[in-house]
Design a binder for this molecule. Structure first.
Ligand SMILES: Nc1ncnc2c1ncn2[C@@H]1O[C@H](COP(=O)(O)OP(=O)(O)O)[C@@H](O)[C@H]1O
Ligand SMILES: [Mg+2]
Length: 223
C-alpha cells in the first residue's frame, strides 16, 4: 500500500448567501516516499482546502486521508495533534515565523514542542540551517531576513522533525522570481534527501515542473 493515500475526498461550504459550494467532489491521490506532487489550479478551486484537510486542520465531509497507516480523517483531536506535529511539516505562503525568536530558535521550535532535549533540538536546527545555507544568519530575527531567507528558514523548520509528509501552500507565493527559485529548489531537494513526500499547492510554473508530478484541481476533481 502507498505511504500516502487520499481517497474520494468531498468538501462543501455554505457561503454568506446560504449557497452551497462543492469545493472538492471526489479527490483521490496516492504517493510514495520521496515523491513530490504539485497541485495547481485557479485561485478558489480548493487547493488550500485540500491541503488543510490533508494536514488535519479542516474536516472532510466524506473520504479518507491515510498517512503511514494513520487515518487523519478519523482520528481523535489528541491523536491527530500528536501525529501531525511529528509526521507532517508545514510551509505557508507568509511563512509564519515567530517574530521574537531567532532563525535558529524558529527552526528548533518543532523539536522543542515535541519535547526533544534542547541540546538535540539545537543540534538538529544547526544541521537544517546548514542545509538551507543560512548558518551565518542563525542569530537573525525574522525581521532581519529577506523574504527568500525567511522562506528557507520555513523550509528548514518544516523538515527539522524529519516528517514523512510536507504540505506547502503557495510556498513561493510572496517571493520574487529569484528568491522563489531558491526556496523551491531547497524544498524539493530536502524532501527528496529525507525520502519524504511533498504536496505543494503552487502557481509557480517552475516549481510545478520541478515536481515529480503536476496535478490540476478543477471543478472539484484532481487530474
Ligand atoms: N471556511 C470557509 N467557509 C466558506 N467558504 C470557504 C471556506 N474556506 C474556503 N471556502 C471557499 O472554498 C473555495 C476554495 O477555497 P480555497 O481552498 O482557499 O481555494 P484556493 O486555495 O485554490 O485558492 C473558495 O470559493 C472559498 O471561498
Ligand atoms: Mg489557497
Amino acid at each position: 500500500m502507498s505511504l500516502f493515500v487520499i481517497d474520494n475526498l468531498h468538501k462543501a461550504f455554505t457561503d454568506a448567501a446560504h449557497t452551497r459550494i462543492e469545493v472538492l467532489r471526489g479527490v483521490s491521490l496516492c504517493a510514495e516516499a520521496g515523491e513530490t506532487v504539485a497541485v495547481t489550479g485557479a485561485s478558489g478551486t480548493g487547493k488550500s482546502t485540500l491541503l488543510n484537510i490533508i494536514g488535519g486542520m479542516e474536516t472532510a465531509d466524506e473520504g479518507k486521508v491515510i498517512i503511514d497507516d494513520f487515518d487523519v480523517t478519523n482520528a481523535t483531536a489528541a491523536h491527530l495533534a500528536a501525529f501531525t506535529r511529528t509526521h507532517i511539516g508545514f510551509v505557508f505562503q507568509f511563512h509564519h515565523l515567530l517574530p521574537d525568536l531567532t532563525a535558529h530558535e524558529n527552526v528548533a521550535l518543532p523539536c522543542l514542542i515535541n519535547r526533544i532535549t534542547r541540546r538535540e533540538a539545537f543540534k538538529r536546527a544547526d544541521e537544517m540551517l546548514e542545509s538551507v545555507n543560512l548558518t551565518t544568519h542563525a542569530c537573525h530575527l525574522p525581521s532581519e531576513l529577506s523574504g527568500g531567507e525567511r522562506g528557507r528558514i520555513a523550509v528548514a523548520r518544516a523538515l527539522v522533525m524529519r516528517p514523512r509528509l510536507i504540505i506547502a501552500d503557495e510556498p513561493t507565493g510572496n517571493l520574487d522570481e529569484h528568491h522563489a527559485a531558491g526556496v523551491a529548489a531547497l524544498l524539493l531537494e530536502l524532501t527528496r534527501a529525507h525520502n519524504a513526500i511533498a504536496v505543494i499547492a503552487t502557481h509557480n510554473p517552475i516549481l510545478a515542473r520541478a515536481c515529480d508530478r503536476t496535478l490540476r484541481l478543477q471543478d472539484g476533481r484532481l487530474g
